[in-house]
Design a protein around this ligand. Structure first.
Ligand code: SF4
Ligand code: SF4
Length: 159
């Protein structure tokens, strides 16, 4: 329901969301983060990432050195071999997964390396841990990629 609503409306509301998020820069971070934290719990209680997986399908996550060595160990591979097989450098110079959808995304939308997934995957979409206000620019893009961000922003607009 929330995912379908995002699919139906994210393109037509993008400009409105963009402007609203710009205005959030004037809000006190502490108050905004606390509101977002509450809405994060609410929205993720109503949607299941396993019904979505749009982030894993469309955004290659950054894989830092610690991630690479943890995942390689989990897969029983040498780090260098893991890098050759699964990573490449993006235009910003970051090492990221080399395919979209992610090579570890399975057909049921589960992550094959969930327990050892990259930090970027664990933190996405940066709407909890009282860090919402630190990522406003990112949220402006993510309303198009993540139904949870879309609905958190929609609900912030109602407050
Ligand atoms: S590593 Fe797992 S959580 Fe991260 S993008 Fe790939 S499938 Fe998704
Ligand atoms: S795009 Fe958002 S709602 Fe969809 S799987 Fe990723 S975090 Fe979950």
């Amino acid at each position: 329901m929330l995912i379908q609503d995002w699919k139906n409306r994210s393109a037509s509301t993008q400009k409105e969301h963009h402007k609203f998020i710009n205005r959030l820069k004037r809000e006190k971070s502490k108050v905004l983060n606390e509101r977002a934290e509450r809405l994060h719990e609410e929205v993720f209680g109503e949607l299941d990432c396993l019904d979505c997986a749009n982030c894993c399908t469309s955004i290659p996550p950054i894989v830092n050195r610690a991630d690479a060595s943890r995942i390689a160990k989990h897969l029983g591979m040498k780090v260098a071999r893991f890098g050759e097989e699964y990573l490449h450098q993006d235009e910003d110079g970051d090492m990221v997964m080399n395919t979209t959808p992610c090579p570890f995304l399975q057909s049921d939308n589960a992550c094959l390396i969930y327990e050892v997934r990259p930090k970027a995957c664990r933190k996405y979409p940066h709407t909890d841990n009282l860090e919402f206000a630190d990522h406003l620019k990112l949220h402006q893009q993510n309303v198009m990629y993540c139904p949870a961000v879309f609905h958190i922003v929609e609900r912030l607009m109602q407050i």
